[in-house]
Design a protein around this ligand. Structure first.
Ligand SMILES: Cc1cc2nc3c(=O)[nH]c(=O)nc-3n(C[C@H](O)[C@H](O)[C@H](O)COP(=O)(O)O)c2cc1C
Length: 231
């Protein structure tokens, strides 16, 4: 009888011990699973933080790009021109209206006569002598500009000599020069390549020429040229 009781107690004990051991093993597995799960979720949090940081960096880059675009906008453009009877000035104003930036009229220290025939002689003499008429116009901040629109009438198949004075006085290396002219019909007369000879380290774009009697109605032609050269 005692033996039977002892055997029963022993069996119960074995069952209890097995139950405890199984319980411990299961609890251990659960803990591991939780740890793996926690690790996974903290990794994904880190990834989210990294993604957030990349997005922030991208936003910052966009803001910096916008700022640069604003800085390299029309503030870097100068329209500089010579005009005796106002035709080239009209075209210069059309360009300035379209591209913004600054505009400067080149004036000579000694003004040219309003007598047309005398002016023809004076201009021809200056060309024959390769003269450099002095300019009263000074541009103190030429280094601020990346693009220079350079306008002039055609005088005797070339630029007025005052333009050569301008090109002598200012170093336009690294800048883009966009030449525009008005004339009685001679067109550009090869003047863009004369400009390129004077400023070998500048980029000279395709030029624009407008006939003097078409100046007033030339705005759309001006705008077409501007978009062709990238404005
Ligand atoms: C001294 C002088 C020389 C000129 N030489 C030429 C020329 O060689 N070819 C031409 O087509 N027009 C010539 N013209 C006409 C001018 O180029 C034209 O009228 C121009 O539009 C004037 O520009 P502005 O009003 O800006 O001064 C000449 C005009 C002057 C006063």
């Amino acid at each position: 009888m005692n033996k039977k009781v002892l055997a029963l107690v022993a069996i119960i004990l074995v069952i209890v011990v097995i139950g405890i051991v199984v319980g411990i093993i299961l609890a251990g597995n659960n803990k591991n699973a939780n740890t793996v799960q926690n690790q996974a979720s903290s990794e994904s949090q880190e990834q989210n933080q990294e993604i957030g940081q990349v997005a922030n960096n991208e936003n910052q880059t966009n803001t910096e790009e916008n700022q640069n675009n604003q800085e390299s906008g029309s503030e870097n453009v100068l329209v500089v021109y010579f005009s005796h009877t106002g035709n080239t000035e009209t075209v210069a104003n059309f360009i300035h209206e379209a591209v913004g930036g600054d505009i400067v009229k080149l004036e000579t220290e000694e003004p040219y006569t309003d007598n047309y025939n005398d002016l023809l002689d004076i201009a021809q003499n200056e060309q024959n002598e390769n003269a450099r008429p002095l300019l009263s116009t000074q541009i103190d901040n030429i280094e601020d500009y990346d693009t220079i629109f350079l306008g002039y009438p055609i005088w005797w198949g070339d630029m007025p000599m005052a333009l050569y004075t301008f090109l002598d006085e200012y170093d336009l290396a690294g800048k883009t020069i966009a030449p525009f002219t008005t004339s009685g019909g001679s067109g550009l007369s090869g003047t863009p390549s004369n400009i390129a000879d004077e400023e070998p380290n500048a980029t000279v774009t395709e030029g624009l020429s407008i006939r003097d009697n078409n100046v007033e109605s030339s705005q759309s032609e001006v705008n077409e040229w501007l978009s062709e050269i990238g404005f």
